[in-house]
Design a protein around this ligand. Sequence first.
Ligand code: GLU
Length: 309
Amino acid sequence: MGAILENALLYGKSFLSYGKVADYIPELAKADPSNLGICLMTKEGLMYPVGNWQVPFTMQSIAKTFSLILALQTAGYDKVFSKVGMEPTGDCFDSIVQLETKQLYPFNPMINAGAIVTVSCIECSDPFSEFLQLVKQLCFNDTVRLNEQVYLSEKHTGQRNRSIAYLLLSDHILEGDPEPILDSYFRMCSVEVNTQDLARFSLILANDGKDPVTGKQMVEDWIIRIVKTLMLTCGMYDESGEFAVKAGIPSKSGVGGGIIAAADQGMGIATYGPVLNKKGNSIGGIHMLEYLSRELNLHYFANKTDTAV
Ligand code: GLU
């Protein structure tokens, strides 16, 4: 396994010169473009880390998986899906166009518009502190914290997300003042983790909400089923279809450079590499996951009697 991961890393590195680090949130532009790492955990509890797996980064859109779990836990299925759909968009993550031209409700909880609505559905007095608590629990790391610089940078430059929120307010999809909802959303995106934290979370996703290490059911299985399905169909921006064909692993990426992958055989994987391709996905991460899918036969729809996809 160690050798396969090292080779995946080498393969991923060969693509780094074809992309660039996100800079529309100024603080993200400070990331070191040469960083690339993977952490893979098996359901036996073994951990295989390689490369720059310990470098901290902010979750960005990966936060959308946690906020969806929290919204489903506190508000329930009917409330959440009365406000947001389940369809892929084929548009970029911060697109506003479909809200105006196709349907008022955001297409799914994995795009910015859908995530802002999902955050608004969370029923508790302090959504961000509940969110942080959930992240700590599911990553098994009490030291996970907000990156204040990234949060402030997002808040000051988040005009597009603000436009989305006010459009949703005018169409009565968002209820109440958009500013506290946006503030929670920006904070959630700015929670700092590393690949070990996210591989631990992915391990729970990959095992239907049960932590295979402790045997404890951490999240109800019906919630995990919804989250993983939306990860597979909508989790990689407007590259979700192609990634599903090539890697076939329910995954979610963030513009901070992280990708989580809840793989077949109950494996949790997280990758980090801040250089992004044109669609906003970590270019090294995408290629490493495609490589691992081929080598470890992780495609959900692969013929399981073969060793290669
Ligand atoms: N905080 C980022 C934004 O709202 C998240 C985008 C992403 O990772 O896709 O623009």
